[in-house]
Design a protein around this ligand. Structure first.
Ligand SMILES: [Fe+2]
Length: 390
């Protein structure tokens, strides 16, 4: 890897407040971004748990006019984005606050863009260039996984496929990362989202778009997640583990914002929509298998991953160390109750060609995977995933 001769744009939120109590600063931060009309974009669970109050109350008591759009669904589809587009155009909102998991933060990005850009959202997903920056985005994550508070990407399901927009305009202006908001996350969500974050860091490190900046944050993300995810899962109220996961997740987001995901997310998208499984869960399932597949091409980089995951690689050949990284991820999945094979997920063996077809549609991620993958090879990886690790 070299950065010589390559002009890079390094992206991050303009400002990040990290730590317990960060959410209390929301009004102060919104004030700095200008205007008085704020739209909060969130989902039912965040409403029910009253987490949304922690954002709305400081804003209203500071004189902001606040509306809440709480119709975000898990793995949001095009109709959800379209109905939000209609809503956000009804009023001259000055800024948008996304509160929730990746779906809510991504939909806040939709609201920001569509308040300032004319026409249909799906045209922009289809490649029509954005005309202008949206209204300012404040991102308040309540999970530690997607890292969407630190990415310039939004994902939406369209025509049975995960697609979206990646553009510097949708990097949040302000990220308010408050680990206390993740204390009530159920165990299953902690596991799935935590493994999504680890997938971001490891895939960004494997991606052909890797670079010094993304590598640095990816490796630190891996260390934090390897050291803290089991504890956050086993003891959800442990604020230290939660804080380290929030940081690990944000760094994972930064790593993909400046590099990219690659084959793991492409494989995951290959069966997530078809089987209606949560994003993080499918990424977790695919992760050790894409690492194993990529091992031929990048043994040294996977040996670095083994180190970051805390494996003892002293005296090991890079190839052996790389296998230690694959096994470390498989063990972590096992500890978190994530299946080690597709067979355990009740996926039928004869569905493999279909899943491989779906994966081949994710060309933007396959094109940066360090080892090329054609349909037959995708079938091969799914075969391996179906049987799983012993
Ligand atoms: Fe992801």
């Amino acid at each position: 890897m070299t950065d010589a001769g390559v002009l890079r744009t390094l992206l991050a939120p303009r400002k990040t407040l990290f730590g317990v109590g960060a959410v209390e600063k929301v009004a102060e931060e919104a004030k700095q971004l200008g205007g008085k009309k704020v739209l909060i974009v969130t989902d039912e669970t965040v409403m029910k748990l009253k987490i949304v109050d922690k954002v709305r109350d400081p804003l209203t008591s500071d004189g902001f006019e606040v509306d809440i759009w709480d119709k975000v669904e898990p793995e949001p589809t095009m109709p959800v984005a379209e109905s939000l587009t209609k809503y956000v155009r009804k009023k001259q909102y000055d800024s948008v606050v996304g509160v929730g998991g990746g779906s809510s933060l991504d939909m806040a990005k939709v609201a920001s863009l569509m308040r300032k850009n004319q026409g249909d959202f799906k045209d922009y997903v289809g490649g029509v260039p954005l005309v202008s920056r949206g209204i300012p985005i404040l991102a308040v994550p309540t999970t530690s996984g997607t890292g969407s508070e630190a990415t310039a990407t939004l994902v939406v399901t369209h025509k049975e496929m995960k697609t979206g927009i990646t553009h510097p305009y949708i990097m949040p202006d302000t990220a308010l990362v408050d680990p206390a908001l993740t204390l009530s996350l159920p165990q299953r969500v902690t596991a799935n989202t935590g493994m999504d974050a680890l997938s971001h860091a490891i895939e960004a490190y494997m991606s052909q778009k890797n670079n010094t900046f993304a590598d640095a944050v990816a490796l630190q993300s891996m260390r934090l997640i390897a050291d803290n995810l089991r504890l956050a899962y086993a003891q959800g109220t442990n604020i230290e583990a939660r804080a380290n996961m929030s940081m690990g997740s944000m760094l994972g987001g930064l790593s993909i914002a400046n590099s990219s995901t690659c084959g793991g997310h492409a494989l995951a998208y290959g069966f997530a929509v078809m089987k209606q499984l949560p994003h993080g869960f499918t990424c977790a399932t695919a992760l050790p298998f894409i690492m194993e597949y990529n091992l031929l091409a990048i043994p040294e980089r996977l040996a670095d991953v083994a180190d970051a995951l805390g494996e003892d690689t002293t005296g090991l050949h890079p190839r052996e160390a790389a296998f230690a990284a694959v096994n470390a991820v498989a063990r972590l999945n096992n500890d978190l109750g994530i299946p080690l094979s597709l067979e355990e997920l009740d996926i039928k063996h004869d569905e493999i060609p279909l899943m491989a077809d779906e994966t081949m549609r994710i060309g933007r991620l396959l094109s940066v995977n360090p080892r090329s993958m054609n349909k037959d090879e995708a079938v091969g990886v799914f075969e391996r995933m179906w049987h799983g690790f012993e």
